[in-house]
Design a protein around this ligand. Structure first.
Ligand code: S3P
Length: 170
């Protein structure tokens, strides 16, 4: 089988990267890699526990190491953690030889989805206006992705369809 560049999903926590990634990988019948899951398997800890016990710096350096290693492959659907694309090394590698899709959702919707999340240490330590500010800052960086998918008011199946249409003609 011909191997194709990875299809990488980028975006804020709660933008649907894992759900959409899993649906796309089933449609394409290729492997789905959820980096947060890999980090949890590797450390045998949940993300929140890694932050709590080891700190954010430890998490970020492990995230960098594992993400860069996994980017060294082809023909996968990969869901990055929300902060991964902010890392310059990861961003450069993603943009070098992969198809990158930014799942762009409305800030208000994101805040609503993640503010009560116990699984997301970044979200639980920020209030609504701090989260909105973080989204605005990250938006500038997420917008460097190759393709922007506006997800507002779209159903999951519609988002999947939009992404597949672009992926299949590239
Ligand atoms: C983070 C997002 C999370 C996870 C960690 C940090 C972030 O991933 O990697 O909690 O900095 O935005 P999801 O985007 O999959 O929730």
């Amino acid at each position: 089988m011909n191997s194709k560049k990875n299809l990488i999903l980028i975006g804020m926590m709660g933008s649907g990267k894992s759900t959409i990634g899993s649906l796309i990988s089933k449609k394409l019948n290729i492997r789905f890699i959820d980096i947060d899951n890999i980090l949890e398997n590797e450390t045998k800890m949940k993300i929140a526990e890694i932050f709590e016990k080891k700190g954010e710096n430890f998490f970020r350096s492990l995230e960098e190491k594992i993400t860069l290693k996994l980017l060294n492959s082809t023909n996968n659907v990969i869901s990055l953690g929300g902060g991964a694309f902010i890392n310059e090394k990861i961003r450069k590698e993603v943009l070098k030889n992969n198809f990158s899709f930014w799942l762009n959702c409305e800030a208000q919707e994101i805040v609503k989805r993640i503010k009560k999340s116990k699984k997301r240490p970044i979200a639980s330590r920020l209030n609504d206006s701090e989260l909105t500010k973080l989204i605005a800052e990250r938006t500038k960086i997420y917008s460097k992705a190759q393709f922007k998918i506006n997800c507002h008011k779209l159903k999951k199946a519609e988002i999947v369809k939009k992404i597949l249409k672009i992926y299949e003609c590239n």
